[in-house]
Design a protein around this ligand. Structure first.
Ligand SMILES: [Ca+2]
Ligand SMILES: [Ca+2]
Ligand SMILES: [Ca+2]
Length: 160
């Protein structure tokens, strides 16, 4: 069986954790725990139970490539705005590959804030988001999420 691994899992999951934490806190704690575990698992490509910055960076690169629909190496405002449709089409493609017996990892999403704060993320104000600009934001969010400062995002970082 041909194995095709699409490393697209980590980053969006990690960001989803970051973004979702406050709203989850209000909900059912058991559901919240499950959700956190699921998100970490998806991002944790070497299955050591935690998400390293490298795993997140790899996932980010994969997600970036998915969104860069015109393949010019940068993300335009339009590409960011179309992200939902792009991810959806990508998920359908993955489903087809999975059916064909290939091993694929679910796609992850870049943080919502990238769309909302496009101008801010576009640090050099050239109207597009480069991999470096996105990685910088990702690094900041990673550090913020890594509450116990061990260099990984794990369930421990979600304890009060
Ligand atoms: Ca592009
Ligand atoms: Ca830029
Ligand atoms: Ca940590």
């Amino acid at each position: 069986m041909k194995t095709k691994t699409v490393i697209a899992a980590a980053l969006a999951s990690v960001f989803a954790i970051t973004a979702a934490a406050p709203s989850f806190a209000a909900g059912d704690p058991v559901k919240r725990q499950k959700h956190i575990h699921r998100m970490i698992n998806r991002a944790d490509t070497n299955k050591d139970g935690r998400v390293s910055e490298t795993e997140m960076a790899n996932a980010l690169a994969a997600s970036f490539a998915v969104l860069d629909t015109n393949h010019d190496g940068v993300l335009s405002k339009t590409e960011i705005d179309n992200r939902k449709a792009t991810y959806k089409a990508y998920r359908q493609q993955l489903r087809a590959e999975r059916k064909a017996g290939q091993h694929v990892v679910s796609v992850i999403h870049i943080p919502k804030g990238v769309g909302k704060n496009f101008a801010k993320v576009d640090a050099n104000s050239d109207g597009v988001i480069s991999k470096i600009e996105l990685a910088k934001i990702a690094g900041e969010l990673f550090k913020r999420r890594d509450h116990n400062k061990d260099g990984y995002i794990s369930v421990d970082d979600f304890k009060a």
